[in-house]
Design a binder for this molecule. Sequence first.
Ligand code: ZN
Ligand code: ZN
Length: 278
Amino acid sequence: MQILEIFFTPRCPICGVFQDSNNFCYECFSSVEFLNGGCLKCAEPFEYPVPGVEICQKCAELNLGFEYEMRAAIVYNSTAKNLILRLKNHQDFGLVQLFSHVLRPILADFKGVSDVVIVPVPLYKKRLVWRGYNQTSLLANVVARELGVQVVHALKRVKNTNSQAMKTTQERIENVAGAFEIDKKFARFLTNKHVLVLDDVITTGATALECAKTLQNGGVYEGFGNNIGEIGGKGSEGLGKISEGVSKDSGRESKIGQNCGPRMVTIVGIARRLRHFR
Ligand SMILES: [Zn+2]
Ligand SMILES: [Zn+2]
């Protein structure tokens, strides 16, 4: 095989075997476990699905005081782990497109829905500087483009939390409590929106739920018209669309000030770590 052929021949993104397209090869595709259904609040698959039951016992007893749903596309097995770590730690940016494909079935309902915005789970500033990028933001940009919606970097991570690994659910919840704040510059873009909080791996959901809680509780409305150009950062598209929305809504300024939290939050993760694997 010539050197150029090696560069340009499509490969399986997981095992690297040469083939006809850049999709998964057959063996690797069979190692990706897609999640269908499961609990609407924690995305954990039901051990024994009962028709009509959409929320697991644990979540039914948990009242967080706001509306949310949680979905994940695939099981966090060794294949998913390998792919996510490659994106996270080895700048394998080609995987962003692949993950956006993987997420398509669970995001299909949001396609073309104009009152949806995507908020990626942010990294702590130091970690962002160290890594150079937030893999979830990269994914958010691609997903937003596909759905025709905006990315709003509405959250800041204000606490550098310890690793969540090896912690119980309760410890995880305590560990991330107060870890996020709303970036008030962008709070107004959440007004009456259905927010998709995007994360890479969902374990207990504690981190993403803390994001959802922060968005719901901290929707402090600040005056219109500032910083429109800053929204979404480099990868965000459709600033024209935002400006339209702002000018159209500007007459409602005083009323919106009373309540500007998001209407509902859907937490979306690429992969869900299942309880029995922990
Ligand atoms: Zn393969
Ligand atoms: Zn549940």
